[in-house]
Design a protein around this ligand. Structure first.
Ligand SMILES: [Zn+2]
Ligand SMILES: [Zn+2]
Length: 148
C-alpha cells in the first residue's frame, strides 16, 4: 500500500478531527509517519520522511509536533543527544521504557510496563497524579556491541 493512499485514509482524518486539529497535507502525512514508525523519531528524521512525499518546511514539522503533543497524540521526550524524540501513543496504551545507544544514538522501544511496574510508580508518586512515565535506559546497543 502506498503512503499516498494511507495518508488520505479516513482513519487519519477522523483522528485529527476528534482531536480538534485542522487537517492539512503536512499534518496527515506527519501523523501517518508517526503511526507507522517502529521507534521514536526526532524532528530532523520526521522532516526527512515528509520530504520524500511533499515539500514541508522544518518549522511546520516542529509546530505540528508541538500541536500533536498538546493534544496528546504524541509523547515527547528528550534523547541523550538533546534532540526531542516523538512517538505516537495509541489511545489507552501503557507506557514502555526506551533504550538509547550511546554510540549510534538509536532509540529502541522496549516491552511495555506490566501491572506490577505501574503499581511501583504509583506507590512512589504517593498522592501526586501521574500523567505520563518516561524511562530511558542508556548503554550500547546489540549492533554496536558486535562491531569490532
Ligand atoms: Zn548502537
Ligand atoms: Zn517507544
Amino acid at each position: 500500500m502506498s503512503i499516498m493512499v494511507c495518508m488520505h485514509s479516513e482513519d487519519i482524518k477522523e483522528e485529527l478531527r476528534e482531536k480538534g486539529i485542522k487537517n492539512t497535507r503536512a499534518k496527515s502525512l506527519l501523523l501517518h509517519i508517526l503511526k507507522n514508525a517502529e521507534a521514536p523519531m526526532d524532528v530532523n528524521n520526521l522532516h526527512a520522511e515528509c520530504q520524500k512525499e511533499t515539500s514541508v518546511n522544518l518549522v511546520t514539522v516542529y509546530r505540528t509536533l508541538q500541536q500533536f503533543h498538546e493534544k496528546a497524540l504524541v509523547e515527547e521526550f528528550m534523547g541523550k543527544d538533546g534532540a526531542n524524540q516523538y512517538e505516537y501513543i495509541p489511545e489507552g496504551s501503557i507506557a514502555h521504557p526506551h533504550f538509547q545507544c550511546e554510540k549510534c544514538n538509536k532509540v529502541i522501544c522496549l516491552e511495555e510496563l506490566g501491572f506490577d511496574d505501574a503499581l511501583y510508580f504509583s506507590n512512589r508518586a504517593k498522592h501526586h497524579k501521574i500523567n505520563s512515565i518516561h524511562i530511558m535506559l542508556n548503554g550500547v546497543c546489540e549492533e554496536c556491541l558486535s562491531l569490532p
